[in-house]
Design a protein around this ligand. Structure first.
Ligand code: NDP
Ligand code: 8X3
Length: 252
């Protein structure tokens, strides 16, 4: 029987590219996201290749997460890999100008949502045992500060530390945990972050060579298919044309 991957945020970007990559690799898919039409389109695209189960899900809703997991069809229950990918950034402006609601949305999605899904799937992942994986999508923003990152970067720092801490508790279960931390990648991320400013998104990704969603999907697939005895703790991936910058200094 084929292995099963459970992907949150499969309607766009890394999640959708990962669905396609795992389908090409023969894995069965459980695909979640809020935009049901997109899930249906993806299911129609991939169902000839592999079995695909879709579930409309807002990861912020713990009860809904539990229900989706409880109602998984028999053939989709024994999850081998959880890809905690659903997430977003908002308000790319100084902290002092941000609406509190935007901070809450990022925490609710990137922290609470990720924890909700992890908690609901831990029993089945532990039952799968050796070779099972939790792959959390963190970010370079979780490690490296920059202006306008405020709560977004802090949620991704949580993702990194939660991943490490999970490893400590799961050490004897065979379940691996990895924090994949991408740098700049062209997806709908900046469109969401700017609340629909296509020009801003085009500016950010223009005149350089960002990562593509497929680049990260390839890394996710690679990590999930490592030999059982190997755990990548953290995998930070940047475009070649991106690097760190100098410290900021305020001057008179
Ligand atoms: P996209 O905006 O293209 O995709 C985000 C996905 O998250 C969508 O499928 C969206 O689905 C889903 N999502 C958002 N909120 C929720 C929610 N409340 N419940 C369920 N699903 C949700 O962006 P990316 O593919 O770039 O982002 C994927 C992950 O990668 C995020 O965690 C992001 O922080 C991280 N990341 C992105 C980088 C980049 O430069 N692009 C770099 C580093 C990390 P829907 O709206 O249908 O619910
Ligand atoms: C997304 C990467 O640098 O835009 O997590 O914050 S960055």
């Amino acid at each position: 029987m084929s292995k099963i991957v459970f992907i949150t945020g499969a309607t766009s970007g890394f999640g959708r590219a990962a669905a396609r990559r795992f389908a090409a690799g023969g894995w069965s898919l459980v695909l979640c996201g809020r935009r049901v039409e997109r899930l249906q389109e993806l299911q129609n695209e991939l169902r000839e290749q592999v079995p695909v189960h879709i579930a409309a899900l807002d990861v912020r809703d713990a009860a809904a997460v539990q229900q989706v997991v409880a109602e998984l069809p028999e053939d989709f229950r024994q999850i081998h890999a959880l890809i905690n990918n659903a997430g977003l950034a908002l308000a790319p402006m100084p902290a002092q100008k941000v609406d509190l609601a935007d901070w809450h949305t990022m925490i609710d999605t990137n922290v609470t949502g990720l924890v909700n899904v992890t908690h609901a799937l831990l029993p089945t992942l532990i039952k799968t045992g050796a070779g099972a994986s939790i792959i959390n999508i963190g970010s370079t923003a979780g490690q490296w500060p920059y202006p306008g990152s405020h709560v977004y970067g802090a949620t991704k720092a949580f993702v990194q530390q939660f991943s490490y801490n999970l490893r400590c508790d799961l050490i004897a279960t065979g379940v691996r945990v990895t924090d994949i931390a991408p740098g700049m990648a062209e997806t709908e991320f900046t469109l969401v972050r700017t609340k629909g400013d296509q020009a801003a998104s085009d500016r950010l990704y223009g005149d350089t060579t960002p990562l593509a969603a497929e680049d990260i999907a390839e890394q996710i697939f690679y990590v999930a298919n490592l030999p059982d005895h190997i755990n990548f703790n953290r995998l930070e991936v940047m475009p070649t044309r991106q690097a760190w910058s100098a410290f900021a200094v305020d001057r008179d």
